[in-house]
Ligand binder design. Sequence first.
Ligand code: ZN
Length: 279
Amino acid sequence: MPELPEVETVRRGLEPLLNSARITAVVVRDRRLRWPVAEDFEASLTGRWIRHIERRSKYLLFRLTGPQPGTLLAHLGMTGSFTTHRVTALPEIRTHDHVDIRLATQDGDYVLRYNDPRRFGSMHFFSGEDGSQPLLAELGPEPLTDALTGEYLYRETRRRTGPIKQALMDNTLVVGVGNIYANESLFRAGIHPSRPANRVSLARYERLVREVKAVLAEAIAAGGSTLRDFVNTAGEPGYFQLDYFVYGRDGQPCRVCATPLRLMRHGGRATVFCPTCQR
Ligand code: ZN
């Protein structure tokens, strides 16, 4: 499933072409995404210009001009991907190509195509403030901004008795720390994933926040090199292969102390950790 680094890479890949593009037509072939695509979706978008693309958590926000400014809010779900194609070299429509957005860009006419085999992704148009959107209203701070600090996590977890791993993956506390990155940052911070969130000291939260930011930044940097694969080809979306310390390595020796890594579950999600390095 695309995590924050993949979504950020998609944003960076799309932005140069789509900035200042005008939406000339929208085709929805299948409205049955995670939530049905609204009947007036096509009419709401057509004729508007894309000002720029932002990311909030794992949502892409295409900021649109118009008599009333608006936003196209898109989520890639489990298997969603965007590809861009010149209109003169448009590939044949595949089974799960659900939405085409035709664009007049400074580089000619393009189609932004959305493909999503499992249809857990979504697309909404809204005008008005982000806070008026239920999908955005409850989200915690962005991990790569100054809003996420050790002090913030420490303060917000004083009454959380559940495992630190689950707190870290709770989007109302902080967004975008998916399972891979929670595993890795807890290992790198030396914190046992089952430790109650309210039993982690301020100093350890400061260390954890540094590692969360570093792990995500490294993944985004790794994504830059796979950008072409990720947004511009007609294949399946690629995922970033980092050299993980723990994720996907249960039973293998810890890269620091050689103790066999252990597997457990938190909220149904696999956690791999080192029983020696993480306390
Ligand atoms: Zn170890």
